[in-house]
Design a protein around this ligand. Structure first.
Ligand code: PTJ
Length: 261
């Protein structure tokens, strides 16, 4: 165990850090992934460490897009595998979609380990481990290696904690990109078709639940959800939410006095 006392006021945040450090020890997460998580934590603080309306709206649109897709693919990197493997496998199952190990800092060894982790969580179809033979145009080797059966032919791709360049390259290939990214200012967040500004540990289970809920709905209803969705409004909503929350905190008084409990 990690030995973090449950009574610690930042318990969950410390548990996630420990999970990532452990995944780094196991060769699943890269050191850069630990830095990336720190950046995410900062934005999580700003949104109150809870799923807000702008994420719920994006999740609904994302579920509709994934259900309407002909070839949806769920892209998995080191951080996503460490933090959300179980939910990602469940999502893939509900959609009948493959998971694809797709790495920014690709090594064959790490791809294999992430593939094994996903299989241990019950994944049926894992691409991108020994079949990443195709290339995303414009991205250098090995950053752009993808499976011909997966991301290369996908019409809708779900990415999490993704690099902006790769999101842009996927858009240029005509794919619909759904991104999970806590930073509404990141290039990925601004480049994606649908941006879920939320922590991956909350977003993936909510997305799976929403896919299950919308699964039985007629196509027309899903198309309506997508048509009514505006990513610019959602990103602007996230920025405004942060601004208003900070203003409110500043007005109420942010300092804590332990003697007053
Ligand atoms: O495993 P690899 O080789 O594919 O590498 C993965 C990382 C994450 C290192 C790589 O994709 C990378 O460098 O990503 P970036 O460019 O740092 O982008 C990560 C984005 O995810 C940033 O905008 C963070 O704010 C955001 N983020 C970090 N932690 C979380 C998060 N978003 C949601 N949930 C988190 N827990």
């Amino acid at each position: 165990g990690h030995g973090i006392p449950r009574s610690h006021p930042r318990y969950w945040s410390l548990v996630l850090r420990e999970r990532l450090v452990e995944a780094w020890r196991q060769g699943i997460v890269v050191p850069e992934g630990l830095i990336a998580h720190g950046r995410g934590e900062c934005f999580d603080y700003l949104i109150g460490e809870e799923t807000q309306w702008f994420a719920r709206e994006a999740v609904r649109a994302a579920a509709a897009a994934l259900l309407l897709a002909e070839h949806p693919v769920i892209s998995v990197n080191g951080n996503a595998a460490a933090l959300a493997a179980e939910g990602l496998v469940r999502l893939a199952d509900l959609l009948g979609a493959p998971l694809e190990v797709n790495l920014f800092y690709r090594t064959e060894e790490r791809a294999r380990r992430i593939g094994e982790l996903l299989r241990r969580h019950g994944a049926r179809r894992v691409l991108g481990v020994d079949d990443a033979t195709a290339r995303i145009p414009g991205l250098p080797h090995p950053r752009g290696m993808v499976s011909p059966e997966g991301i290369l032919r996908a019409d809708v791709v779900l990415v999490a904690l993704e690099d902006g360049d790769r999101t842009e390259a996927l858009r240029r290939m005509g794919k619909t990109v759904i991104a999970i990214d806590l930073n509404p200012l990141s290039r990925t967040a601004r480049m994606a078709d649908i941006t879920i500004v939320d922590n991956i540990v909350r977003a993936v289970p909510l997305l799976a639940e929403t896919v299950q809920e919308l699964k039985e709905k007629p196509r027309e209803e899903l198309e309506n959800v997508l048509r009514g969705y505006d990513n610019d409004r959602v990103l602007a909503g996230a920025l405004r939410f942060i601004k208003e929350r900070l203003e409110k905190l500043a007005e109420e008084g942010i300092a804590m006095d332990p003697r007053r409990q």
